[in-house]
Design a protein around this ligand. Structure first.
Ligand code: SF4
Length: 215
C-alpha cells in the first residue's frame, strides 16, 4: 500500500491519513462504504503498527469530476465545460444554455475568476476522519492474510500444473461482456476458449506502485 499523505494534528500529535479520490458524484453512502473498505482498514492498521503512535484515522477527499460526455470528449464538469448562452459562459446551468468546452488557453487568473467560491466548494467532498474499531481492523487484517495465503497456494498449484487453470481459478461470468463486445474483458479467450497466454499477447504484470525498500 502507498498512502497519499500523512498529516499530524497540531494540537494532539495524532496522525491522519489523507487519501484523494476523483468521483463523478458522491452517493448517499459513499462515506459509509469507505469506512468499511479494505483500504481504510489496511491503511489505518498499517500506520498504527508501523508508527505505534495514536492514529486519528483516514480521511477521503473527493474531487468531483462529473460524468464523461462522449460528444464533447471530456467530463461534464465546471473544470472543463461551461454553459453557453450566446457569447456568455457560466459554470451553472440556466434554461436555454448549451454545454461547451472551456477555452484551453485560459491562464490561472482567468481560471480563478471563473469558479466562484460556492461552485468551487461544490466540487469537493470529504468523509472527515474515519476510524474503524480495533476489532474491525484486526478482523480485516486476519481475513486479508488468510486470502493471500489461499491465493499464493492456488497460484503455486496452477503454475505447477497449468491444465488446472480453468478448474481452479474462479470466473465471474456477469462481468465478461458487461459492457458489450466492444469492451469485452481482455481475458475472455483465456477464461472461456482455452487460449494459453503467450509472450505475444501478454507481458508480465508490473505493480502500479512498486514497493520502496527504503521506506
Ligand atoms: S473473462 Fe474477464 S471478467 Fe470474465 S471471468 Fe475471465 S477475467 Fe473475469
Amino acid at each position: 500500500m502507498r498512502m497519499d499523505q500523512i498529516w499530524r494534528e497540531r494540537t494532539t500529535g495524532r496522525l491522519l491519513i489523507v487519501d484523494f479520490k476523483t468521483l463523478a458524484k458522491p452517493d448517499a453512502n459513499w462515506g459509509e462504504r469507505y469506512a468499511m473498505s479494505d483500504q481504510t482498514h489496511s491503511y489505518v492498521q498499517a500506520l498504527t503498527e508501523r508508527t505505534h503512535e495514536p492514529v486519528l484515522g483516514i480521511q477521503y477527499e473527493g474531487l468531483l469530476i462529473g460524468t464523461a460526455d462522449a460528444d464533447l470528449g471530456c467530463q461534464r464538469s465546471p473544470y472543463v465545460t461551461a454553459y453557453a448562452k450566446g457569447q456568455t459562459l457560466s459554470p451553472t446551468y440556466s434554461p436555454g444554455s448549451r454545454v461547451v468546452r472551456l477555452p484551453a488557453e485560459w491562464d490561472d487568473a482567468t481560471w480563478q475568476a471563473w469558479l466562484p467560491r460556492p461552485v468551487l466548494e461544490s466540487l469537493f467532498c470529504t468523509t472527515e476522519p474515519l476510524l474503524p474499531t480495533t476489532a474491525q481492523l484486526l478482523q480485516t487484517k486476519a481475513a486479508t492474510v488468510h486470502a493471500e495465503i489461499q491465493w499464493a497456494s492456488l497460484a503455486a498449484e496452477v503454475e505447477a500444473d497449468p491444465s488446472k487453470r480453468e478448474a481452479c481459478i474462479e470466473r465471474n461470468p456477469e462481468a465478461c461482456l458487461k459492457y458489450g463486445w466492444g469492451h469485452a474483458c481482455p481475458y475472455l479467450h483465456l477464461c472461456w476458449s482455452g487460449f494459453e497466454p503467450d509472450a505475444d499477447t501478454f507481458t508480465p504484470r508490473v505493480d502500479h506502485h512498486a514497493a520502496d525498500p527504503t521506506s
